[in-house]
Structures are given as C-alpha cells and as structure tokens.
Design a protein around this ligand. Structure first.
Ligand SMILES: Cc1cc2nc3c(=O)[nH]c(=O)nc-3n(C[C@H](O)[C@H](O)[C@H](O)COP(=O)(O)OP(=O)(O)OC[C@H]3O[C@@H](n4cnc5c(N)ncnc54)[C@H](O)[C@@H]3O)c2cc1C
Ligand code: SF4
Ligand code: SF4
Ligand code: SF4
Length: 430
C-alpha cells in the first residue's frame, strides 16, 4: 500500500531538508540522510510509519499546504519598514556575511535576556558540513557568523529545542514549515522571533568537497570553511583553513560551480524574500552606495515584533540602521523581473513534464510578470532537468559521469563566451 507520507515529496526531488517532518513524526520514522548526489533528504522507514500523515501536513513542498498569508502578494509579503545598516561592534561586522545585523540582533536578544539561545548554523569539522545548532553564548553566535549555501535541518533542530526560549535564523522554506507547524500544532513552543535570510537557493553538500579539493587541502583536517569571507572585502571569497594552510578561492570560481550543484526545488521557489519571518536580512545588491568592502545588511521588518526589536536595538546602540525604501530592496534583488520570470517559467516547465509542483497554483494567479523568451525557457528547462536527474541519481559512477559532463559543458560555454567577447571586441575596434 502506498503510504500517506513525505516519500512523495522526496521521490519528486522536492525536499529542501528543512527537517520539519523528522521533528514532528510521532513514530521516529524519518531520518535526514545524505543521498548519492550529496543532497540532504528526509528518508522514511516504512516499517515504522503508521500512516498518520503528520509529516505531509507541515511540509513546505506539499502543494496542498496553504499557510495563511496576510497579503495577496507572495513575492513581496508584508513589509512594515525597510532599512540598511550594520552591527555597531566592528569585530562582529568584520567577520559577518554582510553587515552583521543578524548576529548583532541575536547577541542583543541574549543580552536583554529575551532568549535562552538561538538556532544558527556552524561548520562541523568532523563531517565537513554546515549543521544547525543551538547556541547560548555570544562567542558561539559570533563563531556562527556567515552564510552556508549548503543544506542543514534547521526546523528539526528547532523542534528538538522547543523547551527553550529561542530565536532562529531561517530560510524561506524553513519559515514556511514553522508557520504550518504553528497553525496545526499551536501548543508546540516555537521561536519567539525568526530572522529570515533572503534566499536565492541552496546547493548540494558535495559543493563543499569540490571546493576543498580545489584548495588542495583535501587530506588535511579542515578547521574552518567559509563560502564568503569578507576579509578580502564584501562580497568575499571562499576561505578554507586546514591544519596545514590557509587557502582562498575566488568568488568567480565558486559561482562557476553553482549550476553543477543547485537544488531542483530552489530553482522553482517563489520565496526568495522570506515572507513568513519577523525580520528578513540580505546583501545590499543593487544599493549602489552601500556596496562597500566592510559590508552592509538590507533589512525588512515584516511584523510589529520584528520592527520593535530593530528600534530597540538601534536605541541601545547594538546596530546602526537608516531607512531604505523596500521598493529599492526588491529592485536590487531583481524580484519583479528575473525572479518572477524564473518562477513562472519553472511552473510551466513542471506542468509540461507532469512533475509535482510544490505550491498551490492559485497563489500565483493574477500577478503581473514578464514571460520568458525562448532562450530563457530553454535554459531553465535544461537546468531543471539536470538538477532533478542529479538529485534522483542512485549510482556513484552515474553521479560522477553527470557532474563531470556538466563541468565540461560549462567550461565549453565559458570558452565560447570568452571567444565571442574577443570576436565582438575585435569587430568594434575595426
Ligand atoms: C542559502 C542562502 C542563500 C542566500 N541568498 C541570498 C540572496 O540571494 N540575496 C541576498 O541578498 N542574500 C542572500 N543570503 C543572505 C546573505 O548571505 C546574508 O546571510 C545576509 O545578508 C545576512 O548578513 P549578516 O551579515 O547580517 O548575517 P551574519 O551576522 O553573518 O549572520 C548570518 C546568520 O545566518 C546563519 N546561517 C548561515 N547559513 C544558514 C543557513 N543555510 N540556514 C540558516 N541559517 C544560516 C548563521 O549561522 C548566522 O547566524 C543567502 C543566505 C543563505 C544562507
Ligand atoms: S521539505 Fe522538510 S518537511 Fe518536506 S520532506 Fe523535506 S525535510 Fe521533510
Ligand atoms: S505518516 Fe506519520 S508516522 Fe509516517 S512518517 Fe509521516 S509522520 Fe511519521
Ligand atoms: S530557494 Fe526557497 S526552497 Fe531553496 S533554500 Fe531558499 S527558501 Fe528554501
């Protein structure tokens, strides 16, 4: 008998690895495992599953789930105020990802005794992977600064610590599963405050192995791994510290690897702007006078609780913020152009292929967007097909064959583009 559990989601390469299902399952039937392609994924032990359906009720990739949304616009969400700024503490700002606002707010909540601790991400030296952890001191919060673009099970860790007064840093899909849990299980003690990150996608955890291999530290103990270290100035380069050496890889090399490791579900995600959190933070993309080496964070208050926290933290000198129109933030993140086009085209491609689409369709009707041209449609089609196929790979040999082929194609495209640029340049010179 086909069971009524999240296997349908994982079979369709739609698991984001939030871990909500593993945390809610009353039979302990769900474990988070790493699949052949390096994606973190929920795996059900059919013998333990009692078919209760709870996991499906709170999964952000189940198209039947509809968390209540207080605006007709799922691309922007509720916006009470917009800002740009940085942490007052210079050391914190220096090692943070953007301007250090996220960590400064968490430290402030701890100082004010509003929380026992927070759920953040740090790097496990043993596993060479990011992990969601509960931390309760300022040094631990500061150690966890920075962005991990590979998956971790944040909501599972939140549920494991639900006896505490928490704040949590969450991506959009994680904020959505928390919202579903809050609505379905109001007695569960969830974080008092969620700080969301703007999110254009996560990657397979094998991307970390690939970068470590490139740094030639592979056989050494890896002490620290940063996707973006701002010591070289914002937005930062990859920084790997091993027992033997200190290695840097340029951001161009990191960006070149993205198409090899991207997560299928992220390509089709609407929630870049994290609409279900209290405060959302991101890089100052497109905000021309704020793209300075020392880093700034753009911020949107989405709830009154979020706005009050920001005001108190400004008043007490923990952060420095100036007002910024949310329209500028959305323009800088290219939400109404590139992002919407990508989302609606992905929706069409899912339909053409008869793939399970992760969202209720009627959420997205009656919103204006620019349809993709034939080339963009074709490119997105290839991306979605490759990422789905890679996610569902069962065999290691097959995995290496697919990723190597992809790398060769990307190198081919790079050479073709450079060649075209040279040709074009020669032509204009004439
Ligand atoms: C997967 C991902 C995609 C992103 N995409 C974009 C984007 O497209 N546009 C944009 O403007 N910004 C994006 N960001 C956000 C950006 O990189 C910064 O995190 C944000 O600007 C906050 O900077 P800060 O200096 O205030 O944060 P910091 O003070 O450095 O604090 C960052 C906090 O985030 C936590 N964290 C790190 N990785 C994760 C994770 N994977 N899940 C949950 N918590 C995590 C850290 O532990 C830390 O507590 C993304 C972040 C991630 C993790
Ligand atoms: S997206 Fe989250 S809730 Fe859904 S299957 Fe994956 S881990 Fe479970
Ligand atoms: S259906 Fe119920 S028992 Fe089965 S995996 Fe889901 S939550 Fe666990
Ligand atoms: S792009 Fe969407 S699904 Fe992917 S990690 Fe970000 S919020 Fe989650």
């Amino acid at each position: 008998m086909q069971k009524n559990n999240i296997s349908t989601i994982t079979r369709n390469a739609l698991c984001t690895a939030c871990g909500a299902c593993a945390g809610i399952c009353p039979s302990d039937a769900i474990k988070m495992i790493t699949n052949t392609a390096g994606y973190l994924v929920a795996s059900v032990n059919g013998d333990l599953c009692n078919n209760c359906g709870k996991c499906l009720e709170i999964c952000p990739s189940n198209p039947e789930n509809l968390p209540s949304i207080e605006t007709g616009d799922p691309f922007h969400g509720v916006c009470i105020a917009g800002y740009v700024g940085y942490a007052r503490d210079n050391t914190l700002r220096q090692i943070s990802q953007s301007g250090g606002i996220v960590t400064a707010l968490l430290c402030y909540l701890l100082d004010q005794n509003k929380i026992d601790g927070a759920i953040v991400n740090n790097f496990s030296q043993e596993e060479r992977r990011p992990q969601a952890v509960f931390v309760s001191t300022k040094p631990e919060l500061i150690e966890a600064c920075g962005s991990y673009y590979a998956q971790s099970s944040v909501v599972k860790t939140i549920l494991e610590n639900s006896d505490k007064r928490l704040a949590a840093v969450v991506l959009g899909c994680q904020a959505e599963s928390l919202k579903l849990i809050r609505e379905k299980y109001p007695k569960i003690n969830l974080p008092k405050l969620t700080i969301g990150l703007i999110c254009a996608g996560q990657y397979s955890r094998k991307m970390i192995d690939d970068l470590i291999e490139k740094s030639s530290c592979n056989h050494e103990r890896i002490l620290k791994f940063r996707f973006r270290d701002k010591a070289v100035g914002w937005p930062g380069d990859v920084h790997i510290v091993s027992s033997e050496k200190d290695c840097w890889i340029s951001k161009q090399n990191r960006l070149r690897l993205k198409p090899v490791y991207e997560l299928h579900r992220c390509i089709a995600c609407y929630d870049q702007m994290n609409i279900f959190c209290d405060i959302v933070c991101g890089d100052p993309w497109g905000i021309s006078n704020k793209q300075q080496p020392e880093g700034h964070t753009v911020v949107i208050a989405r709830t009154e609780a979020g706005k009050k926290l920001l005001e108190n933290a400004i008043r007490d000198g923990a952060i420095v913020l100036e007002e910024l129109s949310t329209k500028d933030i959305f323009t800088g993140q290219t939400v109404d152009g590139r992002h919407k086009t990508k989302f609606y085209t992905s929706r069409d491609i899912f339909q053409e292929n008869n793939w399970l689409f992760p969202f209720p369709k009627d959420w997205f009707d009656n919103i204006t967007y620019t349809p993709a041209n034939r080339r963009t449609h074709h490119e997105l089609d290839k991306r979605l097909e490759y990422s789905r196929d890679l996610y569902l790979t069962r065999d290691r040999e097959d995995y290496f064959r697919k990723t190597n082929l992809k790398k060769k194609q990307l190198m081919g495209n790079l050479i073709k583009n450079l060649f075209n640029r040279v040709l074009y340049y020669t032509k204009t010179k004439k």
